[in-house]
Design a protein around this ligand. Structure first.
Ligand code: SF4
Ligand code: SF4
Length: 385
């Protein structure tokens, strides 16, 4: 395992962090059906191989992730890692809620002390909650009292707002950003990383594979990989995507939400290589091609974060988008796209795009600011035609 530094005291952290929002489940979704035995095998294997940063949150896996992680970290594993978890801003209704939630998290994680604590998913819509409840001051005090070691935030909004958030408080230790080679200018993006680094914040990266999309590239991206293989260049999607991030030395930990043992082993291999943090010129050029192709390919840039869920009317928003994206790319590639229509038709009616009543609730929450209601109309006509 390779290591970098984190926080103002330059704590040694593994370049690969274990994200606990996509643990193995019986349903195959990010719901509460976690296969605990397998999650335990994977997380402990990761720690044994040198991972020392475990990232969870109150809301992951229908609020089960923290207690599952707490159980897995028994038997001496807790002491080997930094635990990162997050305060769900949308659940803060009054000044006592932050303390209550924090205590629940310590209980579930079976620890008095949370190493890395984040205000979860800062975006403009939640800024008044932070201010009204003095949550930055609350975090400062938690750090002062030693209940947390590092205080920061995860972020899903524009670069301009990101600068405002950083400038609001000199005491931020770190920020957590969505970043990968097809999202270089999305949200805070590369500019945000430069700004955070200049202000002395450590930077944690999430969604390095865009919810798995970059691990299994489709359409023209897949064709590019194939073509390069014919030319004798054996580029691997996950390897390139992770090393593209690690090629940027100001980034500390890259969180990967691993769902299978195979994914874990693959990531461990890459994170342990001597050249893990270097892309050569040819590889950079190849990534630039992929970026161009991607921008022109998937019509809906949904990361499957599921912040929009549950929809009050039961629509499975990310699943509809996934089916439509697959349908779109396969049709473009002149491949048989019927499977997507079949899958759409086999969904319960309330989960389909057709059941969207256009209330707009999801659009207020979506970090990607997707016009979800318009997309639902498009999906409905695509699959009903
Ligand atoms: S706009 Fe449609 S998909 Fe979004 S929350 Fe409302 S009903 Fe659900
Ligand atoms: S629609 Fe937006 S909020 Fe919902 S899963 Fe996709 S990116 Fe996340």
């Amino acid at each position: 395992m390779n290591y970098r530094t984190f926080g103002k005291d330059k704590r040694k952290v593994s370049v690969l962090g274990f994200g606990c929002m996509r643990l193995p489940t019986t349903s195959g979704k990010t719901d509460g059906t976690v296969i605990e035995k397998e999650a335990k095998r994977m997380i402990r294997r990761g720690i044994d191989a040198g991972i020392n940063y475990i990232d969870t949150a109150k809301v992951y896996h229908e609020c089960r992730s923290e207690s599952i992680v707490g159980n897995i970290l028994k038997d001496g594993y807790r002491e080997k890692v930094l635990i990162a978890t997050k305060l769900p801003l949308w659940d803060i209704k009054n000044k006592n809620d932050a303390d209550r939630i924090f205590d629940e998290q310590r209980r579930d994680l079976k620890t008095d002390h949370i190493d890395v604590y984040l205000l979860h998913n800062i975006q403009r819509a939640y800024w008044n909650i932070i201010q009204k409840n003095n949550l930055i001051e609350w975090g400062r005090k938690k750090k002062e009292s030693g209940e947390i070691s590092y205080f920061g935030f995860s972020f899903h909004d524009s670069y301009d707002f990101f600068v405002d958030v950083i400038d609001e408080y000199d005491g931020w230790d770190f920020c957590q950003l969505q970043y990968n080679y097809v999202c270089e200018s999305v949200q805070a993006g590369r500019l945000g990383i430069n700004y955070a680094a200049k202000r002395g914040l450590s930077i944690v990266i999430m969604e390095p594979l865009l919810g798995g999309c970059l691990a299994n590239p489709l359409g023209k991206m897949a064709e590019l990989f194939e073509w390069n293989q014919h030319e004798g260049r054996n580029y691997q999607p996950v390897d390139l995507a992770l090393r593209w991030i690690w090629d940027q030395p100001e980034l500390s930990v890259v969180l990967s939400g691993m769902s299978t043992y195979k994914q874990l082993e693959q990531n461990l291999n890459i994170a342990s290589r001597k050249d893990y943090g270097k892309l050569n010129k040819e590889e950079h050029n190849f990534i630039m091609h992929l970026q161009r192709v991607y921008d022109n390919s998937l019509p809906i840039k949904c990361t499957k974060c599921r912040y929009c869920m549950p929809c009050p009317d039961g629509v499975d928003i990310p699943l509809n988008f996934e089916l439509y994206n697959n349908h779109f790319v396969m049709t473009q590639m002149k491949k048989d796209a019927a499977i997507n229509k079949i899958m759409y038709n086999s969904m319960p009616k309330n989960q389909k795009a057709v059941s969207c009543v256009k209330c707009g609730k999801c659009e207020k929450i979506c970090p990607q600011k997707l016009p979800i209601r318009d997309y639902m109309k498009t999906i409905q006509s695509a699959f009903n035609s």
